[in-house]
Design a protein around this ligand. Structure first.
Ligand code: ASP
Length: 334
């Protein structure tokens, strides 16, 4: 067989290893992770120094767990799962163990996760017996052809995946239960929002992932589902723009498609992550009457923690920097 120069070049091109889509060329991307534990009326005046310390310690622990994964060369998806499971197991936050009660005195959990390297996503909604809903969302993403599973179906799926299933009594934390009955007695008509947890991570390979988990709004009724399990509202990740996890009044976040909107403003409008977050949270959401915030991260390790409420439990760690956690608005933190 005669090998011409042209056929030789074609052969060489065909054999050249194909790079995995969207992976960063730089194998040594500095890793980073940002987390939140919900936004709301978080004021220094309403908190004891002990409580404040507990929140800061819990946030630090979640950051450390997530960061350790990244440092060891783990993926952003693994780091998000590590950070969120710590927060889900912590009774301080409205997710997993510390979830608020519905109108019926139960918990109904929502969670989602997205992988920015391939736009894969998974979510569960209205789950009552899954101990760590973020792990179930991840299983939906990786072990099913679906994006969102709800209610008893999500629970059955989680059971088949050998995830931890717990009785409702696992979630009965005495402080939350008391709060539920106090509110019930006071006949508060409108459900109020109360926190959520989330994480966004950037790994060594330049891949971004984001995840969110919540008990939703206190006293929610009729199978109400918020933004947290809705891809594009509560969670979004796309390597070329950013990863976002939201917290706040879910209905507004769904109506504005907050997490995706921030990404779209970067993609189509050329805005920076901070400009896009400011535009969506401080302008669009605020004008519509919504409250809450987002955390976000881009491929250059730029971080945003933007909210229009008094405070937001939040923190981040970037390679080569100390981890930092905050609870209150800027003036109260400084
Ligand atoms: N976004 C959550 C929901 O609406 C609640 C929160 O983040 O405060 O279900």
């Amino acid at each position: 067989m005669k090998l011409t120069l042209a056929s030789l070049i074609t052969l060489l091109i065909a054999c050249y290893p194909v790079k995995i889509n969207n992976q960063n060329d730089n194998a040594k991307t500095p890793v980073a992770i940002v987390i939140h534990g919900g936004a709301g009326t978080i004021l220094k005046a309403n908190m004891t120094p002990e409580k404040e310390e507990q929140y800061r310690a819990s946030l630090k622990q979640a950051l450390q767990k997530g960061y350790a994964v990244l440092e060891k060369g783990g993926t952003s998806v693994e780091a998000v799962l590590a950070a969120i499971t710590v927060l889900e197991d912590d009774p301080l936050f409205n997710a997993g163990k510390g979830a608020v009660f519905t109108y019926y005195g139960e918990v109904e959990l929502d969670a989602s996760i997205m992988d920015g390297s391939n736009l894969q996503a998974g979510a569960v909604a209205g789950a009552k017996t899954i101990r760590n809903p973020i792990l179930a969302a991840h299983a939906v993403m990786t072990k099913s052809p679906h994006v969102m599973l709800a209610g008893s179906g999500a629970e059955e799926f989680a059971r088949l995946q050998n995830l931890a299933i717990v009785p409702q009594s696992y979630f009965i934390d005495s402080a939350r239960y008391e709060q539920h009955f106090r509110r019930k007695k006071a006949r508060e008509a409108t459900p109020s929002k109360h926190g959520t947890v989330g994480a966004v991570a950037l790994d060594r390979f330049g891949n971004i992932a984001a995840g969110t988990s919540t008990g939703g709004m206190m006293d929610k009724r009729w199978g109400r589902i918020g933004d947290s399990p809705v891809i594009g509202a509560g969670t979004w990740a796309q390597n070329k723009t950013c990863g976002i996890s939201s917290t706040g009044w879910g209905e507004y976040f769904i109506r504005l498609g907050v997490a995706h909107d921030i990404s779209a403003m970067m993609e189509y409008g050329g805005l920076s992550l901070q400009e896009a977050a400011d535009s969506v949270i401080m302008k669009k959401l605020t004008r519509l009457g919504g409250t809450g915030g987002v955390i976000g991260l881009d491929q250059q390790s730029n971080i945003t923690m933007t909210f229009n409420t008094a405070g937001m439990y939040r923190g981040y760690v970037r390679e080569g920097e100390e981890s930092r956690v905050f609870l209150f608005g800027r003036d109260e933190e400084e």
